[in-house]
Design a binder for this molecule. Structure first.
Ligand SMILES: Nc1nc2c(ncn2[C@@H]2O[C@H](COP(=O)(O)OP(=O)(O)OP(=O)(O)O)[C@@H](O)[C@H]2O)c(=O)[nH]1
Length: 300
């Protein structure tokens, strides 16, 4: 077959990658590193056989002040924001600077199976003067898509992700989750504590979901999950796991044995659906979950 990688081509590619200054890495659908060439390993201070998840790689780099420069007062908020954009598009380009002073142009290509090819080239010598402008633009774009408190996608960004899935063939689900009795939490423990609960819930969702899933804060204590390539039965199981995973005490602020729960409405995207119709079904199902006693999932 023309234009197909045969075993011999793959071997040649492998040899070229091993010797190239181009940074090359391959991550699987669970965002675990499966291959990185020496240039990538050197840039991110990875031992020859280390195969961490991307999250662990960033966490280690941040702790050791190596690899990517992460400008944040709170690593987990930065991580939440980075994860809300990572692997959500088939292809994207981004600039990134390293602690060793290099400036990289990175590309991320994601296939249908969720595997990601990551490449980066050193652009330190190019157009340094325009860099601060580009950085400012990237920060502005990021702020426009992120929720300021949790770092998750904001309402506009998560609804855009829903729209993207509506245009794709396949089986996709959308859910709305709402923390139960949140007003009572605010009233009993104060608004800043309520904010900590929102941040805890955001981190919890991010740790439980796949890289390809969209997670956004619609507003207040209401969150949307966009679950691509997920049949209803699988999504329903996931929702029930999310709810039961919240049952053990969650230490928040000074309260070591704090508990909270959430309710959810889940729906399968249908042919002919719009953002509004899918949203409405999930929201109506959420309303029923609240009516039927909370801490439960209803299908719409
Ligand atoms: N701490 C904090 N509170 C918020 C934020 N946004 C909205 N709220 C509060 O969230 C509360 C939502 O209350 P309700 O809509 O009555 O919902 P609830 O108490 O969770 O009740 P159910 O959803 O029926 O279980 C209100 O008191 C809002 O003021 C926020 O960013 N931070």
């Amino acid at each position: 077959m023309p234009n197909t990688l045969h075993t011999e081509h793959i071997q040649q590619l492998q040899t070229l990658y091993q010797g190239s200054e181009l940074l090359v890495a391959l991550f699987d659908a669970s965002d675990t590193l499966r291959y990185a060439n020496p240039a990538f390993r050197q840039a991110y201070h990875l031992a020859e056989t280390a195969m961490p998840t991307w999250v662990q790689l960033m966490r280690d780099n941040h702790a050791e002040h190596t690899g990517t420069v992460i400008r944040t007062a709170d690593f987990d908020t930065w991580l939440g924001s980075a994860l809300s954009r990572r692997g959500k598009q088939a292809y994207r380009m981004l600039e990134s600077d390293l602690h060793d002073g290099r400036w990289l142009m990175m590309t991320e290509t994601v296939n249908e199976a969720g595997w990601m090819l990551c490449t980066a080239v050193d652009i330190s010598s190019l157009a340094a003067g325009k860099r601060s402008l580009r950085t400012a633009r990237d920060l502005a774009l990021r702020a426009a898509s992120s929720d300021a408190l949790t770092g998750l996608s904001n309402r506009r960004h998560i609804l855009a992700q829903l729209e993207t899935q509506l245009a794709r063939s396949g089986t996709h689900c959308v859910a709305i989750l709402d923390i139960d009795f949140f007003k009572r939490i605010n009233d009993s423990h104060g608004h800043p504590f309520g904010d900590l609960v929102l941040m805890d819930f955001a981190r919890y969702l991010q740790n439980q979901l796949r890289r390809s899933d969209g997670i956004g804060r619609l507003g207040g204590e209401e969150f949307m999950l966009v679950l691509p390539d997920t049949p209803l039965a699988q999504a329903s199981l996931l929702m029930h796991q999310l709810l039961s995973g919240l049952h053990p005490p969650r230490p928040i602020g000074a309260l070591a044995d704090f508990h909270y729960s959430c309710s959810g409405g889940l729906t399968l995207l249908q042919p002919g659906d719009s953002v509004q119709s899918a949203y409405h079904r999930a929201d109506a199902a959420l309303y029923r979950a609240k009516q039927h006693g909370r801490n439960r999932i209803e299908l719409g």
